[in-house]
Design a protein around this ligand. Structure first.
Ligand code: HEC
Ligand code: HEC
Ligand code: HEC
Ligand code: HEC
Ligand code: HEC
Ligand code: HEC
Ligand code: HEC
Ligand code: HEC
Ligand code: HEC
Length: 304
């Protein structure tokens, strides 16, 4: 008694799913656990079978643009259907708990992402991806991309890009509300204008080169060339623009990292004790002196 054919189980679960009961480890009919026949092989069962139980994925799955190749006759079988990403499903059906199939959500590192690199290794390198802060902290492709339903977002994103980033980075949201800020919440600048979500380096503090290229893309007048370049900003210093600016937002005007002359004293601390530089109205630049701090073609001291 209690021995239920796989087909019988399949129908049962399908019925439960249809009734909105989609629970873990639905027991086989009869209440008694039928010892699963452990087969050595793990064969493909086809997307039609998957969709009988996983009905939440059924809606529109075949029409998703991402699946055009996967459902075309010219694609190699191993890349087609649900199993092109999740691997063969036979053992999954034999497993009482319905595990025994790759769930990228439960995995980290290469195991969680190699399904994507089967096809995306020409534009993205797995080795580089694994170095990113996201990969190292268990944020996989599925953390940002939706593979089963059409969200209507570009690049198969789970949500509108900036909202998606902020959902995991709430601290940054506060920075974009400070007095002076990049208009990200206003929708005029996107997180991805500055951050490449797939690359290391640009993902964390951008390197000088990457950082400046990204800033200068929009602030071209700061590019120069200048006869007199300020070493920190344009000629190979380590910090580039972020030596003086908070890229997200700052309580100080013009996104400066420190208030007034504090910006300059970070590096020119000797000036604080220099009698020629006694405090007067304004600061190093607003007093009418070094107001070409981004570089000058006329004055070595960046004075107008
Ligand atoms: C007989 C019904 C049935 C069929 C057919 C079926 N599944 Fe499942 N699957 C389930 C149930 C039930 C669960 C457990 C759901 C849960 O944990 O909430 C599950 C879980 C999963 C999981 C998560 C596993 C885990 O360890 O978290 C994946 C991925 C999955 N199925 C993919 C597939 C794919 C791909 C196919 C087709 C090759 C498929 N399923 C066919 C019923 C089915
Ligand atoms: C392009 C690759 C890809 C294809 C094709 C694909 N999936 Fe998935 N699937 C994923 C990824 C990635 C995740 C993990 C999502 C996450 O991290 O949130 C996942 C997760 C799942 C889960 C587990 C959800 C959970 O919350 O634990 C189920 C069930 C599932 N897929 C079923 C299917 C079914 C059924 C099909 C075919 C109709 C299918 N998948 C096709 C990539 C794919
Ligand atoms: C069977 C091969 C294959 C697999 C596996 C695959 N992709 Fe794709 N992917 C493609 C193709 C082909 C395109 C281009 C489709 C198009 O032009 O619409 C694409 C495009 C994309 C795009 C860009 C869509 C757009 O609108 O610009 C994203 C994002 C993407 N894939 C993410 C993933 C992720 C994440 C995975 C793993 C969970 C994955 N892909 C697995 C073949 C694949
Ligand atoms: C932190 C969020 C995030 C994660 C994690 C992520 N992506 Fe993306 N992905 C994006 C965003 C945002 C875009 C759109 C890029 C843009 O607009 O500049 C994108 C675009 C894409 C594209 C289309 C454009 C392109 O660069 O080719 C592909 C393909 C892609 N992602 C694949 C993947 C794969 C594969 C993984 C896992 C190895 C992954 N993504 C992980 C956020 C993410
Ligand atoms: C104008 C360019 C720019 C925009 C737009 C931008 N960032 Fe950044 N972000 C940077 C730079 C540059 C750094 C490195 C800061 C440093 O080294 O001081 C950074 C650092 C970070 C960090 C690392 C932690 C930290 O604060 O140093 C996170 C997380 C982050 N950004 C998330 C976001 C999110 C989320 C968005 C969109 C809501 C966003 N960024 C928009 C330029 C930008
Ligand atoms: C699913 C959650 C999640 C999403 C979505 C997400 N991130 Fe992250 N992000 C993380 C985690 C976790 C870390 C690593 C811990 C940390 O630095 O907070 C991280 C780290 C970062 C860092 C710092 C990298 C470093 O080296 O310190 C930046 C920059 C960043 N994310 C930008 C983005 C951008 C831009 C987006 C949107 C395209 C995004 N994140 C979407 C979770 C997420
Ligand atoms: C996608 C384009 C874009 C990129 C990339 C960009 N910015 Fe901006 N930046 C803007 C916009 C738009 C404003 C707001 C201008 C306004 O409100 O009139 C702004 C404002 C500023 C301001 C304040 C100007 C003021 O008048 O208050 C500073 C400083 C600044 N950006 C520095 C940077 C730095 C440093 C980087 C690189 C980390 C950078 N920007 C990258 C578009 C960009
Ligand atoms: C040596 C410190 C320093 C560096 C490095 C620096 N800035 Fe500035 N920047 C300032 C100060 C100080 C102001 C405020 C000037 C003012 O109040 O008029 C400013 C103002 C700005 C402004 C708004 C006013 C204007 O002049 O348009 C933008 C945009 C800007 N910086 C972009 C950049 C970019 C892009 C970089 C990197 C290429 C950069 N800055 C590097 C100190 C610096
Ligand atoms: C991140 C470090 C750094 C910051 C911040 C910085 N500087 Fe500089 N500055 C340098 C370096 C390096 C030089 C070239 C070496 C030198 O002459 O000391 C330089 C040179 C100068 C010179 C030319 C000195 C000479 O004798 O040729 C002036 C003037 C100057 N900076 C003014 C400023 C002002 C004003 C600020 C604030 C807006 C500022 N600097 C912020 C690093 C910095």
């Amino acid at each position: 008694m209690g021995a239920v054919s796989r087909h019988g189980r399949l129908l049962l679960v399908a019925v439960l799913v249809g009734a909105g009961v989609f629970t873990l480890g639905v027991p086989p009919a009869g209440g008694e656990q039928a010892a699963p026949q452990a087969s050595a092989k793990n064969e493909r069962i086809g997307a039609d079978v998957c969709l009988q139980c996983h009905t939440q994925n059924a809606k529109g799955w075949f029409t998703l643009r991402h699946n055009r190749y996967r459902t075309s006759a010219s694609a190699p079988e191993m890349l087609t259907g649900c199993e092109g990403c999740h691997g063969p499903g036979q053992k999954h059906l034999e497993d009482e708990k319905f595990r025994s199939i790759l769930n990228p959500k439960r995995e980290t590192g290469i195991v969680a992402t190699q399904m994507c690199f089967q096809c995306h290794s020409t534009t993205m390198k797995a080795s580089a991806w694994l170095q990113t802060a996201h990969a190292k902290n268990g944020v996989n492709c599925g953390g940002c991309h939706e593979m089963h339903t059409d969200t209507g977002q570009p690049s198969l994103l789970k949500a509108e890009p900036t909202k998606l980033c902020l959902s995991c980075h709430p601290d940054q949201q506060a920075q974009f509300k400070l007095n002076s800020h990049h208009p990200v919440l206003e929708g005029r600048v996107a997180c991805t204008d500055c951050h490449d979500p797939h690359a290391d380096g640009t993902m964390s503090a951008p390197t000088l080169k990457q950082g400046e290229d990204r800033c200068l893309k929009c602030h071209q007048e700061k590019r120069g060339p200048f006869a007199f370049e300020h070493q920190t900003s344009l000629a190979g210093g380590d910090d580039g623009c972020v030596a003086c600016h908070k890229p997200h937002g700052s309580a100080n005007p013009k996104l400066t990292a420190y208030f007034g002359r504090g910006v300059c004293l970070q590096c020119h601390s000797d000036i604080a004790a220099d009698p020629k530089h006694l405090p007067r109205a304004g600061n190093c630049w607003s007093a009418g002196c070094h107001n070409r701090m981004h570089g000058s073609s006329t004055n070595r001291l960046f004075i107008n």
